[in-house]
Write a protein that binds this ligand. Structure first.
Ligand code: BES
Ligand code: MN
Ligand code: ZN
Length: 513
C-alpha cells in the first residue's frame, strides 16, 4: 500500500510594493480594462488608472489600439501587447474585468485566473489590478488576485510522464498606498488558495491511490507540523465503537473504512466548530451498482472530506482563534460477497436503526455516524460537506452548491460568502414539517431512500435525525460543483476545491464576531 504522494504547489514568489507599476522589473505587466461598449458592435473599453499610466509610459494610445483587437473588456478576455523596449517588462497583458460598475471580487479572481492562460511559461508578473475595483476593499481585491493566479496556475500532473512547467513564478502587487494591509492579507490568500489546491489534488488522485487507510494516513501527514491532534479509528475501533453506518458502507471493499478525527484547539477560542466530510474514496454504488458512465467521476466522492481536511489545515496554519473538530468519514463503496445487501438493517453509532433500500445512498450512512460522533463533543455549530445527491445537480446544476440548514442566518451567511469567494451556493428548505416523516422506515427506525421526489432535501432530513437538538447545523451538498467536467473560469477540469475557500472565510467571521 503506497501512501498518497502529492505534488506540492510550485513556489509563487509574492511581493507587495508602492513603486509605480510601469517601472516594474518583471517579464509581464498586467493591467485591467473594463467593458464600456453598448453591445457586440460597440467594443469600447475603459482603461483602469494603471492601464492608463502604463500606456502613457509606453507612449501608446492603448484605448484606440485595443479597438483593433479581439478584446472587449469582458471577464475572460485578455490581450498581450509587446512593449518593444519601451518598458523593462517585455509585454503588457490587458485583462478584461467586465463592467466597472458591476465588477466584483469574484470577477477579479476569474479575470486573473484566465490571464495566466495567456502568459508564457515561468514568467514574473507585476500588477496593480487589485486597486481597480470600485466598491471592494483593496485587501479583499488583493486576496482575489492572489487566489486567481494560484488557482489559474494549478495543474495536476502527478501521472504525466512529461509534465509542463508552471506559468507564473513571481507576482508583485504594485501601486496601492495600503501596502502594509495588503502584506497582512497575503498569508490568508495563500492559505486559501493552497487549501483549494490540496482538495483538487486529493480529488484528482485516482481512487486506487486514496483508499480509506491511505487517505487516513495522508490526513495525519498533512497536519503533522501543526497544532492538530489526529485520531484514526480503524475497522476494529469502528466495530468496538458501534459505527454501523461507516462499517456497513465499507464492508464490501477489500480496503477497510476509517473515521479520522482531527482536533485544533487554540487557547482563547470562543466558538467550537465541527466539520464533517463525506469521504467515499470511490462510489461504485455498491450492490445498487451505478452504470459505468456515472462511475467515471466517482473518485470525487471524497471531496467533502478533502475540503474539511484542507480547511482545518489552513485554519491551523493561520492560527485562527476558533476551536475546530474535523471528522472524515472514509469508506470505499464496492459490490462484493461481503457487501451490504439491499434491505439489510444497520445500527448506527447513536443506536438508530436504518433499512438500506439503496446501497448507492451511502453518503448519508457514513455521515450519520460522524455527525452523531461530533455531537458528543458539544460543538456550537456543525457544518458538513458532501457530494451527496445527484438531485442537487438536477436542482441547481454543476456550479451551485446546495445549503440546507436548521438555522437560516447560518445558511444566509454561507450564501453571501460563497458569492464573494466565487463558490456560489443557494439555500433549499429543510422542510421538516412537510417532508420530515418521509425518512421513517418500515422494518427499522429510518430508511435511507424515499421516492425520487426532493432527493436533496430527503438526504438532509435523514442527516438531521443525527444532529442533536439545539446544535446549529448546515449541510452543504456539493455534488454539482466539487468536480468540473470541463474547465471554466478559475477552475480546471477535475476537482475544483469548492467550498474550501468559503469555509475558510466563514471561519474568519466566526473568529471575529
Ligand atoms: N455520490 C453520489 C452523488 C453524486 C452524484 C455525486 C453525482 C456527484 C455527482 C451519491 O452517493 C449517490 O449515489 N446518490 C444517489 C442517491 C439515490 C440512490 C437516493 C443519487 O443521487 O442518485
Ligand atoms: Mn452513491
Ligand atoms: Zn456517493
Amino acid at each position: 500500500m503506497s501512501a498518497i504522494a502529492l505534488p506540492s504547489r510550485p513556489p509563487l514568489e509574492l511581493s507587495v510594493t508602492t513603486a509605480p507599476l510601469a517601472t516594474a522589473d518583471v517579464d509581464v505587466i498586467a493591467v485591467g480594462a473594463f467593458a464600456s461598449g453598448g453591445d457586440d458592435n460597440d467594443r469600447r473599453v475603459e482603461l483602469s488608472d494603471d492601464a492608463q499610466a502604463v500606456a502613457q509610459a509606453m507612449d501608446l494610445d492603448l484605448a484606440s489600439e485595443l479597438l483593433t483587437m479581439t478584446f472587449d473588456g469582458t471577464v475572460g478576455s485578455n490581450v498581450v501587447i509587446p512593449t518593444r523596449g519601451a518598458l523593462r517588462a517585455a509585454a503588457v497583458v490587458v485583462v478584461g474585468l467586465g463592467r466597472l460598475a458591476a465588477a466584483t471580487p469574484a470577477q477579479l479572481r476569474r479575470a486573473c485566473a484566465t490571464m495566466v492562460g495567456v502568459i508564457p511559461r515561468h514568467q514574473r508578473v507585476a500588477t496593480g489590478i487589485h486597486t481597480s475595483l470600485r466598491d471592494t476593499p483593496v485587501t479583499e481585491a488583493a486576496q482575489a488576485v492572489i487566489e486567481g493566479v494560484v488557482l489559474g496556475t494549478y495543474r495536476y500532473q502527478q501521472f504525466h510522464t512529461k509534465p509542463k512547467p508552471v506559468d507564473v513564478r513571481a507576482l508583485a502587487l504594485h501601486g496601492s498606498s495600503e501596502a502594509a494591509s495588503i502584506e497582512a492579507v497575503v498569508p490568508t490568500a495563500l492559505a486559501a488558495a493552497d487549501a483549494a489546491c490540496l482538495v483538487r489534488d486529493l480529488v484528482n488522485t485516482p481512487p486506487q491511490a486514496k483508499r480509506p487507510p491511505q487517505f487516513a494516513q495522508f490526513a495525519e501527514q498533512v497536519v503533522a507540523d501543526l497544532a492538530v491532534d489526529v485520531r484514526i479509528l480503524d475497522e476494529q475501533a469502528l466495530e468496538d465503537g458501534g459505527y454501523g453506518g461507516i462499517l456497513g458502507v465499507g464492508q464490501g471493499s477489500s480496503a477497510p473504512p476509517r473515521l479520522v478525527e482531527l482536533r485544533y484547539r487554540p487557547s482563547g477560542a470562543a466558538q467550537h466548530v465541527a466539520f464533517v466530510g463525506k469521504g467515499i474514496t470511490f462510489d461504485s454504488g455498491g450492490l445498487s451498482l451505478k452504470p459505468s458512465a456515472s462511475m467515471e467521476t466517482m473518485k470525487c466522492d471524497m471531496a467533502g472530506a478533502a475540503t474539511m481536511l484542507a480547511v482545518i489545515r489552513a485554519a491551523a496554519q493561520l492560527k485562527l482563534p476558533v476551536e475546530i473538530t474535523c471528522l472524515l468519514a472514509l469508506a470505499e463503496n464496492m459490490p462484493s460477497g461481503s457487501a451490504t445487501r439491499v434491505s439489510d438493517v444497520l445500527t448506527m453509532y447513536d443506536g438508530t436503526t436504518v433499512e438500506v433500500l439503496n446501497t448507492d445512498a451511502e453518503g448519508r450512512l457514513v455521515l450519520a455516524d460522524a455527525i452523531a460522533h461530533a455531537c458528543e463533543l458539544s460543538p456550537d455549530v456543525i457544518v458538513d460537506a458532501a457530494t451527496l445527491t445527484g438531485a442537487a445537480v438536477v436542482a441547481l446544476g454543476d456550479r451551485y452548491s446546495v445549503v440546507i440548514a436548521n438555522d437560516d442566518e447560518l445558511a444566509n451567511r454561507f450564501v453571501a460568502l460563497g458569492a464573494r469567494s466565487g463558490e456560489p451556493m443557494w439555500q433549499l428548505p429543510l422542510a421538516k414539517g412537510e417532508y420530515g416523516d418521509r425518512v421513517e422506515g418500515t422494518f427499522a427506525d429510518l430508511k435511507n431512500v424515499g421516492n425520487r421526489a426532493a432527493g436533496t432535501i430527503f438526504g438532509a432530513l435523514f442527516l438531521e435525525r443525527f444532529v442533536q437538538d439545539g446544535v446549529r447545523w448546515a449541510h452543504l451538498d456539493i455534488a454539482g460543483p466539487a468536480y468540473a467536467d470541463e474547465p471554466y473560469g478559475e477552475y480546471t477540469k477535475g476537482g475544483t476545491g469548492i467550498p474550501a475557500r468559503t469555509l475558510l472565510a466563514w471561519l474568519g467571521d466566526v473568529a471575529r464576531p
